[in-house]
Design a protein around this ligand. Structure first.
Ligand code: AP5
Ligand code: MG
Length: 218
């Protein structure tokens, strides 16, 4: 299974990616997670990415495309992969097509998680992440037993720098301007499948896996 998980910020790509990747035994490749790991490790890449991420803007295509190309060439991606948060511009999508055609592994499906803007704001403003194990919580929709503490490993939770109200608004704008055109791009390629991403997490996972199964059989 070679799949792109698409959708607005906060649509639940990261949440669903964990379950889908586990179901298919494929790696989850999240450009946002790769950038955040580089920021934590204080690499040059991390320093450059942080400037754009903190403003809610996209990291430049030249940087992002190279990272994904290298990651897809690793052995564990040969049997399939789930891309989470990439591509985010038509330029990135064209570059992805080129890389995958060179590797002889074209995409099977692009699954779009569809969500309303109001729900995006609710989800992102309440998101909390564990500093140690990376588990993602939500203060209202999926709260840990003790506020600010991870149930999985007992460590401290933090709020992402880009989950502040002004930055959330900017990320939604950037999504509508630069990323939403991918819906037309992948519809034209016959690859797009959309599902509603509102409601309980497990119901969305079921819908996602059912849709991927049908798409792969087509
Ligand atoms: P990235 O990390 O990809 O952020 P994003 O697309 O803005 O998406 P999020 O991670 O915020 O949301 P998500 O859809 O994963 O939702 P989640 O599952 O966490 O990118 C960050 C930045 O990096 C970008 O702004 C850009 O600067 C840069 N970047 C990354 N990729 C790039 C690229 N390709 N090109 C250029 N720049 C790039 O869920 C959100 C919350 O909702 C959680 O708290 C969760 O618990 C809760 N939740 C999930 N599902 C449900 C549900 N069904 N009901 C209720 N709550 C739910
Ligand atoms: Mg995410």
């Amino acid at each position: 299974m070679r799949v792109v998980l698409a959708g607005a910020p906060g649509a639940g790509k990261g949440t669903q990616a964990k379950f889908i990747a586990k179901h298919y035994g494929i790696p989850q490749i999240s450009t946002g997670d790769i950038f955040r790991a580089n920021i934590a490790a204080q690499t040059e890449l991390g320093k450059e990415a942080k400037r754009f991420m903190d403003a809610g803007d996209l990291v430049p295509d030249e940087v992002t495309i190279g990272i994904v190309r290298d990651r897809l060439a690793q052995d564990d991606a040969r049997a399939g992969f789930l891309l989470d948060g990439f591509p985010r511009t038509v330029h990135q999508a064209v570059a992805l097509n080129k890389t995958l055609s060179e590797l002889g592994t074209p995409l099977d499906v692009v699954l779009e998680l569809q969500i309303e803007d109001d729900e995006v704001v609710r989800r992102l403003s309440g998101r909390r992440t564990c500093r140690k194990c990376g588990h993602v919580w939500h203060v209202e929709f999926d709260p840990p037993a003790q506020e600010g503490v991870c149930d999985v490993c007992g460590s401290e939770l933090f709020q992402r720098d880009d989950d502040l109200p002004e930055t959330i608004r900017r990320r939604i704008e950037v999504y509508n301007e630069q990323t939403a055109p991918l819906v037309g791009f992948y519809t034209a390629a016959g690859l797009l499948r959309g599902i509603t991403a509102q409601g309980p997490v497990d119901e969305i996972t079921e819908r996602a896996i059912e849709t991927l199964k049908t798409a792969a059989d087509d």
